[in-house]
Design a protein around this ligand. Sequence first.
Ligand SMILES: Cc1cc2nc3c(=O)[nH]c(=O)nc-3n(C[C@H](O)[C@H](O)[C@H](O)COP(=O)(O)O)c2cc1C
Length: 266
Amino acid sequence: MSILDTIRARRSVRTFDGIDLYSGDLEKIEECAKGADNPYGQLIEWRILSADEGLSSPVIVGAQRFIAGKMRRAEHAEEAFGYSFEKIVLLCETLGVGTTIIAGTMDRGAFERAMELKSGEVMPCMSPLGYPAKKMSIREGMMRTGIKADSRLDFGEIFFDGAFDKPLSDGGAIKDALEAVRLAPSAVNKQPWRVVLDGSAAHFYIKHARGYGAGTGWDMQKIDLGIALCHFELAMREKGFEPRFELADPGIKTPEGVDYIASFRW
Ligand SMILES: Cc1cc2nc3c(=O)[nH]c(=O)nc-3n(C[C@H](O)[C@H](O)[C@H](O)COP(=O)(O)O)c2cc1C
């Protein structure tokens, strides 16, 4: 299965069949988590936790395991976290293991205790791990409809040709990598990524929605950007490109509420 096929097949799974992970799958996920690096070079400690430790989420049914990550607060920590987490999520998809990255709807205190969070550390998100039930719970179906989880913004709304006032009509040779970005999961399906193509460079920006960074000192939408960067890089590599990551704002004029995040050059 190609990366783009895996990305196309993935959806958040909130209803599981109640069976624990097979040991072979557990080992593969543990191994992937150990090697799940990110272009920011930030270390993230992943732990696979058992629901028996008193862990739950009001939107998740039938999961026996969860995976959560913790790291030190630092600049770009959110993007790094999203990037690494998505590598694990995509590996799970290839194993038939369902996931949902969850930042909000969980018993956060219980997860932070299970992760033995120390001062200066954060645990932004966790995900259940398990085998999808044959049928979604009514609640999951309603949630998906409520946040229009199956729809994505159009190509021309999020990708631009050199400047934000020029919607991109055709991604050419990197069309699949852009499609991989477009299909990424995001908090409340807000899809905050914007990409400006400039020759053989893709500059990633965040379009802030109100209320996602307030209070916690932690910007949830930057996790979404990390996921988008991961999809882009993996899809580019699969097509034979060698994208180089860089943090160098190209100075392109941005609309209000839009900020530079990172670039790839190839
Ligand atoms: C950073 C982040 C945080 C999320 N937090 C939650 C959450 O708290 N509860 C939840 O049910 N889903 C959460 N989601 C899942 C999104 O709602 C989901 O990805 C989006 O609606 C698109 O649906 P899909 O993943 O099925 O494509 C989160 C996703 C991301 C990337």
